[in-house]
Design a protein around this ligand. Structure first.
Ligand SMILES: C[S@@+](CC[C@H](N)C(=O)[O-])C[C@H]1O[C@@H](n2cnc3c(N)ncnc32)[C@H](O)[C@@H]1O
Length: 273
């Protein structure tokens, strides 16, 4: 029998490999949200011109955004398809195929800043996530910063079900546009239903985090959702201090006791002491 961990990896790789995902990653170019921009701005002056490792680079959305901080920039992704896509989009950038769970190609204390953006770490199974944090703690220099985003277990994405795909098609006076809106629902709903049913089998809640099918890619990915305090504690276990946590909704760090029900995901800004 295939273990749930292997299944999660296989399911997510299939989703990244899909035509839709590659097309999407090819055209993305800006910050995902104000919280991401603020998280990077909060560390920019502390790691200016230092080596940056951009993990899970996808099509290279973050390449120009992070090169504003330092030109000493390199990226990795474990999917060769993404490495090729990023290299095509940014021919002057060093991109290597590498799994973040094993960064043995890099010496200890190599980087001033490591970024794993757009909740990429959530797609990795939980033991893999811990291996990644251990590797980040090793290859980051003392005083270096780590930024990554992760889905909020109390947030709207965690509550999403198939009803998300049960929409009335958006009206348009342009018959072609309206036909497209109808076709999109007719095609997406059965695909989402099949994925939802199949991938929900991996849903499981643990103490402080959960593994659950996510509506992105038509319920085609299974990801880790975390509670804010759980992730803070886990970062501390791997030797990090959390400087700040931003939500996706605005550019202000989350305050203690702030309601988190509308926050889709967090941007953690952590430091290796
Ligand atoms: C949601 S995409 C984000 C892409 C890009 N960082 C962005 O923000 O547009 C997640 C990316 O992480 C990569 N990824 C997932 N697990 C990985 C791992 N263990 N090691 C390296 N890359 C990984 C996937 O192949 C995918 O390209």
């Amino acid at each position: 029998m295939i273990s749930p961990v292997m299944q999660q990896d296989a399911i997510n790789r299939k989703a990244w490999r899909s035509w839709g995902a590659r097309r999407w990653f090819r055209i993305l170019s800006d910050w995902t949200d104000p919280g991401e921009a603020a998280a990077v701005a909060s560390v920019a002056d502390m790691v200016r011109d230092e080596p940056i490792l951009d993990v899970g680079v996808g099509g290279g959305r973050t390449v120009p955004l992070l090169r504003r901080v330092s030109d000493d920039y390199q990226a990795i992704d474990y999917m060769q398809e993404m490495v090729d896509l990023c290299s095509r989009n940014h021919p002057d950038v060093r991109v290597r195929q590498m799994d973040a769970r094993d960064l043995s190609a890099y010496a200890d204390n190599s980087f001033g800043l490591i970024v794993f953006s757009f909740n990429g770490i959530d797609a990795v199974d939980y033991p893999g996530r811990q291996a990644i944090l251990r590797e980040f703690a090793r290859v980051l220099r003392p005083g270096g910063r780590l930024i990554f985003s992760s889905h909020n277990m109390e947030g709207p994405s965690y509550r999403e079900t198939l009803t998300r795909f049960l929409q009335v098609p958006r009206w348009s006076n342009n018959p072609l546009r309206f036909g497209f809106n109808v076709a999109r629902i007719v095609v997406n709903l059965p695909l989402a239903a099949i994925n939802y049913r199949r991938n929900s089998r991996l849903n499981h809640e643990f103490d402080g985090y959960a593994v659950r099918v996510c509506a992105a890619h038509k319920f085609g990915i299974v990801i880790v959702y975390t509670e804010l305090e759980h992730q803070r504690r886990e970062l501390a276990e791997f030797g990090f201090e959390t400087d700040a946590v931003y939500g996706n909704l605005d550019d202000q760090p989350l305050a203690a006791g702030q309601p988190l029900h509308d926050v889709m995901w967090f941007h953690f800004v952590a430091r290796k002491p």
